[in-house]
Design a protein around this ligand. Structure first.
Ligand code: UFG
Length: 341
């Protein structure tokens, strides 16, 4: 394996993955249409890795544009991140979500077929499990009908990939089901970018810490959890990025046509535990208020990561405190202008 194409490579998980791929000695080609990312991230990646990365600014849904990337490069594997990812927005922009998330996958698979690229890593989500009946969830836990269009696109994409791979003799795929990625690169040069009011917990908290938000609203305090707030399996984005490097090794060596793997830490933390960790690290209180549950939220979810540990020979190494510290460093760099986007 030499050259890896990363779609959505300037996005949050994509950019961290690109850094780890370069570090592991692979050649990387990025395609991104900047719909939810910034060109500046390319410079930041170069700064971290001291290497220029080949970049195409185009929309992969448009196959004739995407074709150029395959014509100009000999691609050995595709890591496909490029997709819309906002649960709430997906209910407003139904067709855009289906067109972009399904269309981009179809483009990727078509080009893989045409140019005989054999390896695909797909970014899926724990959202496919809905609210699982038993916890923790392993890969055989039932996939449940999604509550959002975003979630449905992930379930549909998994199915499309399975149907495609089962028809093909040479192509292989890994479906990585991410839990809740948070934090940022230790350099503080790349991290999660949000426009407008963040939906996700970590950026909302860090923006509250740096004075951009007045207070954090904790959605729901009457869940059936030890402190009443919802539980998630938060995973440091750098650990998640490294799981992709391990997945490439696995897909190259394994005889399996398709593998589905949970990527989390195996440990659940409540919203309140996250808030307490921020308070501990900062040594000051976070301004928060307990409010009603958010519509569509599940109560608790965390993963069994045995399959990732065994097959990928990978394990999450960062703890909650690392996640919090790195997220704060990134937000600090944004707020004091050390990183300009
Ligand atoms: N939360 C708050 N206040 C906020 C933001 C979030 O209390 O301002 C709570 C949420 O209610 C939830 C927890 O923090 O209990 C985590 O919420 P996030 O929005 O950060 O993440 P989600 O678990 O909702 O989202 C994750 C993935 C999505 C996926 C979704 C499906 O990040 O990609 O699960 O359930 F679609």
């Amino acid at each position: 394996m030499k050259t890896v194409l990363v779609t959505g490579g300037l996005g949050y998980i994509g950019s961290h993955t690109v850094v780890e791929l370069i570090e592991s000695g692979l050649e990387v080609v990025i395609v991104d249409n900047l719909s939810n990312s910034r060109l500046r991230i390319l410079d930041q990646i170069t700064q971290i890795s001291e290497k220029k990365v080949k970049f195409y600014n185009l929309n992969i849904v448009i196959k004739k544009d995407f074709d150029l990337v395959f014509k100009e490069n000999e691609i050995d594997a595709v890591i496909h991140f490029a997709a819309y990812k906002s649960v709430g927005e997906s209910m407003q922009k139904v067709l855009e979500y289906y067109e972009n998330n399904i269309g981009s996958l179809i483009s990727v698979l078509s080009k893989m077929e045409e140019y005989k690229v054999n390896n695909l890593i797909f970014s899926s989500s724990c959202t496919v499990y809905g609210q699982p009946e038993t916890l923790p969830v392993n890969e055989d836990s039932p996939v449940q009908e999604a509550e959002s269009v975003y979630g449905t696109t992930k379930i549909m994409c998994e199915k499309i990939i399975k149907d495609f791979i089962n028809q093909k003799h040479t192509q292989k795929a890994m479906l990585l089901r991410y839990f809740n990625p948070v934090g940022a690169h230790e350099s503080g040069l790349i991290g999660e970018i949000t426009t407008g009011v963040p939906n996700y917990l970590f950026p909302f908290i860090t923006q509250t810490v740096f004075g951009q938000r007045e207070e954090l609203k904790i959605f729901g305090s009457d869940y059936n959890t030890p402190d009443g707030t919802a539980v998630r399996d938060y995973i440091h984005v750098v650990d998640l990025a490294k799981a992709h490097v391990s997945s490439l090794k696995r897909i190259e060596e394994s005889n399996s046509k398709i593998e589905t793997i949970n990527v989390g830490t195996g440990k659940g933390y409540s919203v309140m535990e996250v808030v307490k960790m921020f308070e501990k690290v900062l040594d000051k209180p976070i301004n928060y208020k307990l409010v009603d549950r958010r519509e569509g939220d599940i109560e608790k979810i965390y993963a069994v990561c045995d399959k990732a540990n065994e097959l990928l020979k990978w394990k999450a190494e960062h703890n909650l405190e690392d996640m919090v510290r790195s997220a704060l460093k990134w937000e600090n760099n944004l707020s004091n202008g050390d990183v300009k986007l």
